[in-house]
Design a protein around this ligand. Sequence first.
Ligand code: SF4
Length: 198
Amino acid sequence: MDDGIPVELGHLPVGGFSGWLEEMRAALRGEADADVACGTCSACCQSSQFVHIGPDETDALAHIPAELTFPAPQMPRGHVLMGYDRAGRCPMLTDTGCSVYEHRPRTCRTYDCRVFAATGVELDDPGKAAIAARVGQWRFDVASPEDDRARQALESAVRYIRAHADEMPEGSAPQTPTRLAVMAVEIVDRFLPAPETP
Ligand code: SF4
């Protein structure tokens, strides 16, 4: 069947859906970095993305020139964003990869493009086409009841956010596909069935 994936790109196995979801939630809680099999892919570093850096990220801030950052709009003092060049590339990206990899911001440590494949949220911005191509390669296993429950819960979370975005407090409704997908992971608990009591 032609699923639109160029043959030379192929599919990339993720593993079980529920295991991935747990790992993603741990990364968002700051308990671990995202463990993504990026290989030579640096699509997310050259897709016109602003990189948020919090005031507590002293290591990243010490390794990224201050002139490459600016105050993050609508965020408390000390939060900054790093922009990108005319080609959409992060200024820290070199031909051999991230020049501050060991010191990269939390945004980069937790970025996991598999979240789009998991949630079904589409990246419709042409500037994100390289990420969208990578997203199209990921394949989850949904082989167990846990995997199926996790997938359904995440789909429900996306639907809920879309249906209630207008009722959310000012500034909290997701403005980008990334924020929508990540928010769905953040609230997925509400849509998972309660554990069975013995
Ligand atoms: S800081 Fe490094 S990992 Fe983060 S976007 Fe830039 S090049 Fe990529």
